[in-house]
Design a protein around this ligand. Structure first.
Ligand SMILES: Cc1cc2nc3c(=O)[nH]c(=O)nc-3n(C[C@H](O)[C@H](O)[C@H](O)COP(=O)(O)OP(=O)(O)OC[C@H]3O[C@@H](n4cnc5c(N)ncnc54)[C@H](O)[C@@H]3O)c2cc1C
Length: 480
């Protein structure tokens, strides 16, 4: 095994994958290694469809780990931008480092790569401007903003195919990838990166001590939300500077396609944001999946979270979307990851390790949802493994109230959004590490150590994570 590389990338999610792609595209002479704790994309299978429940894959969850990271089983909605907008609205804060215009150019470039590898040419949300405007006006009256940007939808099964082609392309073009290998630790001397300590994913979960060292003076952290926890440990261990972070806590909402008909048709994904109700916290919808399926994902320490996706071909009759509340902390408590993890742990306990599902009408009536009630509910859950119960036992009052107020406000824009049979699944939590402090060249406070993608808090979504990888490759090539 080669022990020395020009660049080591921790993780092989979209940010890392597009970094590697751009290295190849630039004909760079740099020898690049991606280290990924999960499997190659062709070996990634989630057993939930066959087993009927999450079997907590060992050593790593196949939904969140492996080549293309959380992107492989994602719905594959690539959020683009409006040419006339000064803001990018979604996907994180990449533009704060490189500017809005540069970010738009990067999105165009990265979108072309997705198209080259087989993404659907059709763009959602571009045909029905007048109808969208009408909904937007209604939303404004309720203090809600409707974010209207074009979306390219890959679909879960197509995302898999597309990333497989990219994986093949990278391996054929000189990128080295170590699969099922965990970066256990970083090697930092005198505040400069020297390399990484690795061990097999199996040894890592078995808490074995043995590890190997691989050396490089350029290491890029591209660990995604899955690695947020690990990243916090690394920041503490190696004095990597961070800023106060955020955690998004919420639920996955499932309701009939019929109610969401117009939004689904006109926009595919209607992103609504607002500060409504008692607390005026920022609440937003995220990751809407028309005719989609609610799914689960497993994070560190066996925390089970809910998510959602949709296929290009296989369809349900329900739409699902996340409703998330952003919580910031400062002093004396500043541990957003711990906060989110505690909520998730409690809710997982309430559901005996499963995702808890409750009808909106039951929440309003102050009662749990019982199995017989769910069996006869007009909205049939697409996540069969969810446990009917009571989310309010474990969800903080503030978050729950924010969500209820938000649903009731959206109901005035989309009739039926607050219907009693609609389903709430929890917990859906987006962990971001405490935001890693980086320069405009994405370098952390440790020399030669960089951070990109969702993990360090820079991006939140496929397109921006991918763009951050392309930009990182260009920075590395420029700073020879
Ligand atoms: C079910 C689901 C649906 C989604 N749908 C959409 C969507 O439709 N549109 C959208 O824009 N976004 C969507 N997302 C989010 C999107 O997938 C992420 O924003 C994106 O994948 C982030 O890319 P990343 O490279 O930053 O991190 P990730 O994709 O999370 O990849 C990080 C990788 O690093 C690896 N890793 C972490 N720590 C280590 C370590 N110590 N050693 C070795 N490897 C490590 C992980 O195994 C993982 O493979 C979805 C996510 C999920 C889970």
């Amino acid at each position: 095994m080669n022990k020395n590389y020009d660049v080591i990338v921790v993780g092989a999610g979209p940010s890392a994958v597009f970094l590697a792609y751009e290295i190849v595209a630039m004909n760079s002479k740099k020898k690049v290694l991606l280290i990924e704790q999960g499997k190659s994309v062709d070996k990634r299978v989630c057993p939930i469809e066959k087993a009927g429940k999450c079997v907590h894959c060992k050593p790593m969850c196949n939904i969140t780990c492996g080549f293309s990271g959380a992107g492989a089983f994602s719905d594959g909605k690539l959020s683009l931008y409006n040419k006339s907008d000064d803001d990018l609205h979604v996907g994180g804060i990449l533009h704060e480092y490189i500017g809005v215009d540069n970010t738009k150019k990067l999105i165009d470039y990265t979108d072309q790569i997705y198209l080259k590898f087989g993404a659907d040419k059709h763009l959602e949300g571009t045909e029905y401007k007048d109808e969208v405007e009408k909904i937007s006006k209604k939303a404004k009256k309720e203090n809600l903003t409707l974010i209207d940007i074009p979306i390219r939808h890959l679909g879960t099964e197509k995302s898999h195919e597309l990333y497989y082609k990219i994986q093949k392309y990278l391996l054929e073009n000189g990128i080295d990838i170590m699969f099922e290998t965990v970066v256990k630790d970083l090697i930092v001397e005198n505040n400069e990166i020297k390399g990484v300590k690795v061990q097999s994913s199996q040894d890592y979960v078995d808490l074995k001590e043995e590890y190997e060292e691989i050396y490089s003076d350029k290491v890029v952290l591209a660990v995604g939300r899955k690695g947020a926890n690990w990243l916090v440990d690394m920041c503490n261990a190696h004095d990597i500077k961070t800023e106060s972070g955020v955690v998004d806590v919420g639920i996955r909402y499932e309701l009939p396609d019929k109610i969401m008909e117009k939004i689904n048709k006109y926009m595919y994904e209607g992103k609504l944001v607002g500060r409504v109700g008692t607390f005026r916290d920022k609440v937003r919808t995220f990751c809407q999946n028309p005719s989609g399926f609610v799914s689960t994902e497993v994070y560190d320490n066996n925390i089970t979270l809910v998510n959602g996706h949709s296929y290009k071909e296989k369809k349900s009759t329900n739409t699902n979307l996340a409703i998330l509340v952003s919580h910031n902390f400062s002093s004396p408590f500043n541990k957003p990851i711990d906060y989110g993890r505690n909520i998730a742990k409690n809710l997982n306990e309430i559901g005996a390790g499963k995702i808890v599902v409750q009808r909106f009408g039951d929440i309003r009536r102050g009662k749990r949802t019982w199995k017989e009630e769910l069996d006869n509910n007009s909205v049939v859950p697409t996540l069969k493994d969810a446990e009917p119960g009571d989310l309010t036992f474990a969800m903080p009052y503030r978050t729950m109230k924010d969500i209820i107020d938000f649903i009731e406000s959206v109901d005035k824009v989309i009739e039926g959004f607050a219907a009693p049979d609609n389903l709430l699944y929890g917990p859906e939590i987006k962990f971001y590490s405490n935001k890693v402090k980086i320069t405009n060249d994405f370098e952390t406070s440790v020399k030669g150590l960089y951070s990109i993608g969702d993990g360090g808090g820079m991006t939140r979504g496929l397109m921006m994570a991918s763009c951050s990888g392309v930009q990182m490759a260009r920075i590395l090539e420029k700073n020879k």
